[in-house]
Design a protein around this ligand. Structure first.
Ligand code: ZN
Length: 209
């Protein structure tokens, strides 16, 4: 053997999620069926979801339904518990700071701890399909890296800047039972819930009991 080979290369490369976005997103949502969105108060949104352990056809169908639902609700990211499914998977279709579109799926996401110099806070407005019609300013790092698995179970590492960084953090939070309003001050949270009470969602939602 002339060249040194390693059995298990360390994968620190970022997953490419910017190619064929149009085709990939369309293929998912055409196979899928749009489902109504769960809203704040539904227990499935307020507890940690189960890990994905079976990377099978059922998971594929779930992801297709998530892309269809995301499109109907005009979202840029959607977590499985937002359509009532207790599994750690989210999908996204989101622009970054440079106006580049990212489309993908992450199972079992974990946010990487970043060195302090990466933690530049951005206090843009944030909204959530599960808190319909409400928006609030929320400071978050403007750069994020998520590790997880794709729908076949292969390890992936997704990098995001700006609005897409916010999306990766927001969706990962969902799968651990945390909504963005849980990160707001008491007063801002109350205001967001008031906006929601006064507004009418533009997409089907699951009524709470
Ligand atoms: Zn959300």
């Amino acid at each position: 053997m002339a060249q040194h080979e390693t059995d298990q290369p360390v994968n620190d490369e970022f997953t490419v999620d910017t190619e064929d976005c149009e085709e990939r997103e369309l293929a998912h949502r055409e196979r899928g069926t749009s489902r109504p969105i769960t809203v704040v108060g539904n227990p499935v949104l307020h507890r940690e979801c189960k890990d994905v352990t079976s990377f099978d056809d059922e998971l594929g169908r779930l992801v297709d339904d998530m892309f269809a639902s995301q499109r109907t609700a005009e979202g840029v990211g959607l977590a499985a518990n937002q359509i009532g499914v207790d599994l750690k998977v989210f999908v996204y279709d989101c622009m970054d700071d440079e106006g580049v579109r990212h489309v993908g799926t992450v199972c079992n996401p974990v946010l990487e701890e970043l060195p302090a110099e990466y933690r530049l806070l951005d206090d843009s407005n944030e909204g959530c399909l599960s808190v319909p019609t409400a928006y609030a300013s929320l400071a978050r790092p403007d750069y994020a890296v998520v590790r997880g698995q794709d729908i076949e179970g292969n390890p992936i590492r997704v990098e995001g800047t700006g609005y897409f960084a916010r999306c990766l953090q927001h969706e990962t939070d969902h799968l651990y039972g945390r909504l963005y309003i849980d990160r707001l001050s008491k007063r801002d949270r109350k205001d967001a819930l008031k906006q929601m009470a006064e507004g009418t969602p533009r997409y089907p939602v699951v009524a709470n009991d």
